[in-house]
Design a protein around this ligand. Structure first.
Ligand SMILES: Cc1cc2nc3c(=O)[nH]c(=O)nc-3n(C[C@H](O)[C@H](O)[C@H](O)COP(=O)(O)OP(=O)(O)OC[C@H]3O[C@@H](n4cnc5c(N)ncnc54)[C@H](O)[C@@H]3O)c2cc1C
Ligand code: SF4
Length: 254
């Protein structure tokens, strides 16, 4: 891996300051735990001179469960998620997905927002700069061809985040902020079928929180499983989340 390029780091302590920071430098990137972004910067996949650290914004660090449902701030770490007793009991798939991500050291820093906004992955993309250059790069970054499907004109790099499907079976919504204000929409609408541009966030937008509605009958009956090459610290080849909502399913599952 190459040396990390120089960058400046901004530390907003409010959502408004983070929005102001990205307005001042639209080419900047948000960073949370850095477990994906820093590796990609070292590989030359991300060229950002300014990083905006979201982990100092207290509103993004809060994890609340009450009558309004579950609210997960985007900078809550995966370790905080797995350590939350209420989450483990009532939202099984979410707790299991968090536990299946990377290793304990990664989970101590890695966040929910970073996992949801993880870059897509491909054998021809997650390589060093010299490796990709010697292959004339590819459609996703700097190149004109897809090495996976050379006849095609669309990148098929896969999204490998474990958490999104687990949140989706609990009807999660995502709250985002950016230069055009705040908006909230179904988590499934955060993604589109394009490996080179898979997030529907507008320029400068970032994830503030995830909301899960209250009284979800599937709460006790959801689960997440993944298939991966190594038994631990590995991205999913496939990840499946399920939630069972009816009384019949409930009795069969137990
Ligand atoms: C060895 C190893 C194994 C791994 N295994 C897995 C695995 O099994 N499953 C898995 O899902 N992931 C895995 N990962 C990837 C990564 O560690 C996790 O997905 C982690 O949750 C990313 O969170 P982060 O806070 O570190 O993100 P960062 O690296 O800080 O950010 C990731 C991306 O999200 C953007 N971003 C961060 N926060 C926000 C926000 N609030 N709003 C908008 N954009 C944001 C950043 O700009 C960046 O593009 C692995 C990583 C490593 C190094
Ligand atoms: S364009 Fe996408 S799918 Fe094709 S080689 Fe590049 S990263 Fe892989």
């Amino acid at each position: 891996m190459s040396i990390l390029p120089d960058f400046s780091l901004k530390h907003p302590s409010t959502i408004e300051q983070a929005v102001a920071a990205i307005r001042t430098d639209p080419a900047g990137r948000f960073i949370a735990g850095g477990t994906d972004l820093i590796a990609n910067m070292r590989r030359g996949l991300v060229d950002a001179r300014t990083l905006i650290d979201l982990t100092g914004i207290m509103e993004l660090r809060e994890l609340d469960a009450d009558a309004k449902g579950l609210r997960i701030g985007s900078a809550v770490t995966l370790r905080e998620m797995t350590g939350n007793a209420d989450l483990r009991v009532r939202y099984g798939a979410i707790a299991q997905a968090c536990e299946a991500i990377a290793g304990p050291g990664h989970r101590a820093a890695a966040t929910v927002g970073g996992n949801l906004c993880l870059d897509t992955r491909c054998l021809y993309y997650n390589q060093s700069e010299w490796w990709r250059k010697s292959n004339n790069y590819c459609l996703k970054y700097k190149g004109k061809i897809c090495h996976v499907a050379p006849q095609g004109n669309r990148c098929r790099a896969a999204f490998s985040g474990d958490l999104a499907p687990a949140l989706m079976v609990h009807d999660a919504e995502v709250d985002v902020a950016g230069p055009e204000g705040r908006r909230r929409f179904a988590l499934r609408a955060l993604y589109r079928e394009d490996g080179a541009d898979h997030l529907t966030l507008a320029p400068g937008e970032f994830v503030v929180a995830i909301h899960i509605p209250p009284g979800n009958p599937s709460a006790l009956l959801s689960a997440y499983a993944k298939i991966r090459i190594r038994g631990a610290i590995d991205f999913p080849l496939a990840g499946v989340a399920v939630a069972c909502e009816t009384a019949v399913c409930r009795s069969r599952w137990r």
